[in-house]
Design a binder for this molecule. Structure first.
Ligand code: 6PG
Length: 249
C-alpha cells in the first residue's frame, strides 16, 4: 500500500469488534467543535453492521445529527428501493432510524437519465456544498470517508485497469460497466475527491478478503492501494481478513 500518508492498520477480533471500532472513531471525529460535518459512506455488505450500530441508542443520543451531512463514495445505478442501492442500504439501516433532515442527505441521483448525467449532477452538488470549484489542500471536503475493498482490489467503484483511475480533474465519474457483481452501471467519486478528507477509514472483514489484503500489503498496484488521503488513513481489518503475520491490534 503506497500512498501520500502511510496507512495505519488495526486488526480487530471479528466483524462486531470492527463495527464498534469504526463507530468509536466516527463518533470521536464528529465530537469536535465544528459547525457542520460531511461523512461519505461506502456500499457493499461490510458497513451494514456499522450503520445499524450508529442508529442504536448509544450513538443515536451521542452524535450531532443536525450538523452531519451524508454523502456516498459510489452507488449502483438503480432506484433507492432496489436491494443493490448503497443509498437505500444506508437509509434503511441508519438514516431512517434517526432524526435527520432531508437537507442533510446527499444521495447520488440515480434517477438521472444516465450515469454521466448523474455524475455531473453529483459533482455540482459536492461543489456547492464545498463552496468552490477546486479542492484545496488544507480545506478537506469531507470529515470522514468510509471505504471498502472488493476481492479484485477495487474500492468505491474504481475497478482495476479502468480509465477512471487516472482521472485527476473530475470529482465524480460514471462507470458504464462494473468489474464485479452486481453488474450494474455505477457512479463513483474519483481518487482526488475521496482523498479530500480529514480521515479515511477502510472496513475489511471476512476470510474472502484475506488474499486481496495480502496482495495490497505486499504492494500490488490495485485501486485500493492507490487511494490516498489528505488526513489520516486507517484500515480496520478483522482477524479473518488479516494475513497471518498481521495478527494483533
Ligand atoms: C460498491 C462499493 C464497493 C464495496 C466493496 C466491498 O458499491 O460495491 O462501495 O467498493 O465497498 O465491493 O463490498 P463488500 O462489503 O460487499 O465486500
Amino acid at each position: 500500500m503506497t500512498g501520500r500518508k502511510r496507512p495505519h492498520l488495526v486488526v480487530l477480533a471479528d466483524a462486531a469488534a470492527l463495527a464498534h471500532a469504526a463507530a468509536k472513531r466516527i463518533s470521536a471525529r464528529l465530537s469536535q467543535a465544528r459547525a457542520r460535518f460531511a461523512v461519505c459512506l461506502t456500499g457493499g455488505s461490510t458497513p451494514e453492521r456499522l450503520y445499524e450500530l450508529l442508529a442504536s441508542e448509544v450513538y443515536r443520543n451521542a452524535l450531532p445529527w443536525d450538523r452531519i451531512h451524508w454523502f456516498w463514495g459510489d452507488d449502483r445505478f438503480v432506484p433507492p428501493d432496489d436491494p443493490r442501492s448503497n443509498f437505500g442500504s444506508a437509509r434503511r439501516r441508519l438514516l431512517d432510524r434517526v432524526l435527520v433532515s432531508s437537507d442533510n442527505i446527499h444521495a447520488i441521483p440515480t434517477s438521472a437519465e444516465d450515469v454521466e448525467k448523474a455524475a455531473c449532477l453529483y459533482e455540482a452538488e459536492l461543489r456547492r456544498f464545498y463552496g468552490a470549484d477546486r479542492l484545496a489542500t488544507g480545506h478537506p471536503l469531507f470529515d470522514i470517508v468510509l471505504m471498502g475493498v472488493g476481492a479484485d482490489g477495487h474500492t468505491a467503484s474504481l475497478f482495476p485497469g479502468r480509465a477512471e483511475l487516472e482521472d485527476k480533474e473530475r470529482w465524480v465519474v460514471g462507470v458504464h460497466e462494473a468489474g464485479l457483481e452486481p453488474f450494474v452501471p455505477r457512479v463513483t467519486l474519483t481518487f482526488p475527491t475521496l482523498a479530500s478528507t480529514r480521515e479515511m477509514l477502510f472496513l475489511v472483514d471476512g476470510v474472502t478478503k484475506r488474499s486481496v489484503l495480502s496482495c495490497l500489503l505486499a504492494g500490488a498496484d490495485l485501486p485500493a492501494a492507490r487511494v490516498y488521503s489528505e488526513g489520516d488513513l486507517v484500515w480496520l481489518v478483522d482477524r479473518e481478513a488479516a494475513p497471518e503475520h498481521h495478527d494483533g491490534a
